[in-house]
Design a protein around this ligand. Structure first.
Ligand code: 5BU
Length: 465
């Protein structure tokens, strides 16, 4: 086995770590360049590195059943560990197969078993997190990741925010210190890299808003009045449960709203599935929302050009904008959809919108770039957009509220690909704010008791995070 110093010198020799002036994809000029892909041309070094990664997991006493390398550079490293130590491996596909099973993960995903992620270099931690999300969708849990080189640009803190502990064999400055000692680079190069890293850190301390209470988030200056009302209701009634009242008649909907109103902060409707829509029925729902203090959210999922959604929001037989506090829209058509919706409102302080950043259904097409663009769109329309439909927290802005559908008391999938997660997973682990529950309540033999159970589970998860 090579010593740590010898290994660093080898990495320097094969130019896996280079110093100078490099223009990165982002346009930023960096004094350091790391590319561990070259290692596959040096099998004995690859074996040494893999052994070090495995040892790191041993030292940290990580308990795991399988391992998975982040594609592509860490794949051969994970394979070496798997073969040398007889540990089952999983492979994350970069693209889901478009034929056959559409699997995103290959290998035996034993439900709820822990999978250890192996990575070559971590900068922001996003590749590790993306891999963890896909593994978790496949049913395994991720608690830890081992990386050969931490570039110290916020990845560890970002992953910690997502409840993943990152263990690194080397840090970039640690590698450089060895190279300075061995007189391969000059001390001023180390200083230069240090100040580059400090300036280019992806961890924003604002992320501490995870621990801000709903009340505090309601009090932020930029929080929209509708979001403020919702945060207030949540704290007052101690509930982050939004009931998805997917029934087809108002007698049932009004009865449910009356019976479980005390446990919810919001009721979600699909007005176009009601058999008996009428202004009078909507008036009755409004009255119940005042009596029990909850908001009304029409899950209309607008998806057209601005001019059309404007008419769909205000006109037709439903006149949605007359009665719903919150509605939602796809970001797919671009910002015109938001401008169109809000242009119809005389008073923007009483109506608000959630943008759909991702859906709860399997195989939905929202990738991380789509999510990111949706968050940017929301930020440009803070006078109307108050948050997102998503499966985990997407925005660091404490004024934004995250709503997550696909919630039941146990994980699972329905017959049409709706994926269910538990309140604890959604609120505590994934950092969302509000659980949306439909059939978890409507299909229960005792709907009132079950609604209370969801309210308690959602609130407990909020208090635990
Ligand atoms: P369920 O019975 O708890 O599966 O109902 C979930 C509700 O949330 C249902 O009304 C859906 O139309 C709605 N929904 C969803 O499930 N997933 C999404 O991504 C969005 C809405 Br957007």
């Amino acid at each position: 086995m090579l010593s740590r110093e010898e290994l660093v010198l080898r990495l320097f020799e094969i130019e896996a770590v280079k110093f100078g002036s490099f223009t990165l994809k982002s346009g930023i000029v960096s004094p350091v360049y790391v590319d561990l892909r070259v290692m596959i041309s040096y099998p004995s070094l690859l074996k040494e590195v893999s052994e070090l990664l495995w040892k790191k997991a041993e030292e940290a006493n990580v308990q795991y059943k399988s391992l998975c390398g982040v594609p592509y550079t860490a794949l051969p490293m994970a394979t070496c560990i798997s073969v040398d130590h007889d540990i089952p491996m999983l492979i994350r596909r970069k693209e889901a197969k478009d034929y056959g099973t559409k699997k995103k993960v290959e290998g035996n995903c034993e439900k709820d078993s822990v999978c250890l992620i192996i990575e070559d270099v971590v900068t922001t931690g996003s590749s590790v997190y993306e891999t963890a999300e896909i593994l978790e969708e496949a049913g395994v849990r991720v608690t830890d990741a081992i990386v050969l080189l931490d570039r110290e640009q916020g990845g560890k803190a970002n992953l910690c925010n997502k409840n993943i502990t990152l263990h690194s064999v080397f840090t970039l400055t640690g590698v450089m210190k060895i190279l300075v000692e061995k007189e391969k680079i000059k001390p001023n190069q180390l200083q230069e890299v240090k100040s580059f890293l400090a300036k280019n850190n992806s961890f924003k301390p604002s992320t501490i808003h995870r621990s801000l209470s709903f009340r505090e988030r309601g009090m932020q200056k930029q929080t929209h009045p509708v979001a403020r009302r919702l945060f207030d209701i949540m704290e007052q009634k101690q509930t982050n449960l939004c009931f998805s009242a997917d029934v087809d008649n108002f007698a049932e909907l009004l009865e449910l709203a009356d019976k479980i109103g005390q446990y919810i902060c919001c009721i979600k409707t699909h007005v176009d599935i009601m058999e008996d829509f009428s202004a009078q029925n909507i008036k009755s729902l409004k009255e119940l929302s005042v009596r029990h203090n909850f908001l009304i959210f029409e899950d209309r999922k607008f998806a057209d050009i601005g001019n059309t959604v404007r008419s769909q929001y205000t006109g037709g037989i439903y006149k949605i904008s007359d009665w719903c506090d919150i509605t939602n829209a796809h970001s797919l058509p671009g910002p015109g959809i938001v401008s169109g919706l809000k242009s119809s409102l005389d008073d923007k302080s009483t109506r608000a919108c959630l943008l759909i950043a991702e859906m709860s259904s399997q195989g939905n097409l929202a990738d991380s770039k789509y999510k990111q663009s949706t968050v940017e769109m929301a930020s440009e329309h803070g006078d109307f957009v108050i948050g997102f439909i998503c499966t985990s927290k997407v925005s660091e802005n404490p004024s934004h509220i995250h709503f997550t559908p696909g919630v039941k008391l146990i994980n699972g999938v329905d017959g049409f690909g709706q994926k269910y997660l538990t309140p604890d997973e959604v609120i505590r682990r994934r950092g969302s704010d509000v659980i949306i529950v439909g059939r978890g309540i409507t299909e229960s033999a005792n709907r009132i008791k079950t609604a209370k159970e969801f309210q308690e589970a959602g609130w407990m998860a909020y208090n635990r995070r």
